[in-house]
Design a protein around this ligand. Sequence first.
Ligand code: GLU
Length: 297
Amino acid sequence: MLPITYRGRFAPTPSGALHFGSLIAALGSYLDARTQQGEWHLRIEDVDPPRVVPGSADAILRTLEAFGFEWDGPVVYQSQRCEAYAAAITRLIDAGRLYSCDCTRKMLKENARIGVDGPVYPGTCRNRGLPLHAALRLRLADERIVFNDLLAGHVGCDIARECGDFVLRRADGVYTYQLAVCVDDAELGVSHIVRGADLLASTPRQIVLQRALGYPTPSYLHLPVALNEAGGKLGKQTLAAPLRDNDPLPALLLAARFLGLDMPARIDSIAAFWQLAPRQWRRERLPAVRGKRLTCD
Ligand code: GLU
């Protein structure tokens, strides 16, 4: 048997029910993995307690099951992985990469420039030598991060200028998405990250963090994001209708067509859908990524 060289994942945040936008990420990551005989893992990104809506993690799993997704291995819950995140923080502290910051949100709002993904930290606390128990930021070098996205091509980002030193552990002790995702993907051995292009601007930060922690950088494919009629991202915040567990086919077909699959107008069963969809999946048929872009070299 060939060794597994492809390990993918889908990593929803349980801040509500699964909606059409996340179905696109689930389907794209699933088909890309399965058509390369890869594994597909599930991770519930419940690292940030205030964002978690009770019951939604279970609801997401039920929906994925009802839609016919089959995942490998146990589901990973970020809320159970704090020891791994703490260990990563300790390594970065030992390497002299972290510093404490007690700037308030208000101060940052008043002083920060807006970069590719929101306010750019101006470095106020960089050299203050505060004890390491407020928020912790990663000290960035002035460098350009370039990576090859399997759909968007070469993406480049002057990370210090566009993002600034970013937070890895908040003042309330909560580990941030950037840290958790990096540690989890590396420890699971994820080789391919297929997710929505709304996260494209996070990737340079995750690459910097992978390098700081000595992790390999996986391949990336950022899928186009479905927009609502007002041109906004179709997400839980825009109250996109939750998917209906008892009627998966229409949403599956719509998501498949959105990803460029040539599907018949009618399909009788989920089994038929899952038989056909992998045969129709081609990265080169994906629609181009629109919207907010980083500079492409
Ligand atoms: N948890 C993130 C979301 O639901 C996805 C993170 C990722 O795929 O890296 O948008």
